[in-house]
Write a protein that binds this ligand. Structure first.
Ligand code: FES
Ligand code: FES
Length: 171
């Protein structure tokens, strides 16, 4: 367990305990700090990207108690007592998560800025949709914006990851 040195200058810092990627962190945070900034700057997890900062682009998507959520429009204090997973939780050491493998195989990323958000949205989606159609995938990902516009490979990658998950469940 780690203790932060951070205290808000006005003395308003709030003490929070949050589980991120299976590890419990205790920190004092300024009440207006966003969850995205907390993850990146306080916990050193830069995989969560910040794009629009208005809840529109989906780049900052994380799993909050298992639900895909936008960390740029949440405050760090709201995470007190909750369970968060970021894109850093996907790979196990050198071994990529099947979703990441599918994105690589299908060329589902160009600059990669949007990719963490797509991955975390897709992660929750394929847990609940074993055999999704193109339309279902597109709808699920409709809140994530890719400025490189590589949507078709992303849809293919998500379907491939869902198929790999189906196959694995037969083992
Ligand atoms: Fe959070 Fe765009 S940075 S939705
Ligand atoms: Fe560049 Fe999506 S790959 S923004």
């Amino acid at each position: 367990m780690t203790t932060s040195q951070t205290e808000a200058p006005d003395g308003q810092a709030k003490r929070i305990s949050v589980t991120v990627n299976g590890r419990v962190y205790h920190r004092s945070v300024e009440p207006r700090m966003t969850l995205a900034d907390f993850l990146r700057d306080e916990l050193g997890l830069p995989g969560t990207h910040i794009g629009c900062e208005h809840g529109v682009c989906g780049a900052c998507t994380i799993l909050f108690d298992g639900k895909a959520s936008r960390s740029c429009i949440m405050y760090a204090v709201q995470a007190d007592g909750h369970d968060i997973h970021t894109v850093e939780a996907l790979a196990e050491g050198e071994k990529l998560h099947p979703l990441q493998e599918a994105f690589a195989k299908h060329g589902a990323l160009q600059c990669g800025f949007c990719t963490p958000g797509f991955l975390m949205t897709a992660l929750e989606f394929i847990e609940h949709h074993a055999e999704p159609s193109d339309e279902e995938v597109r709808l699920a990902l409709s809140g994530n914006i890719c400025r490189c516009t590589g949507y078709q490979p992303i849809v293919q990658a998500v379907k491939a990851a869902a198929a790999a998950r189906r196959e694995k469940s037969k083992d």
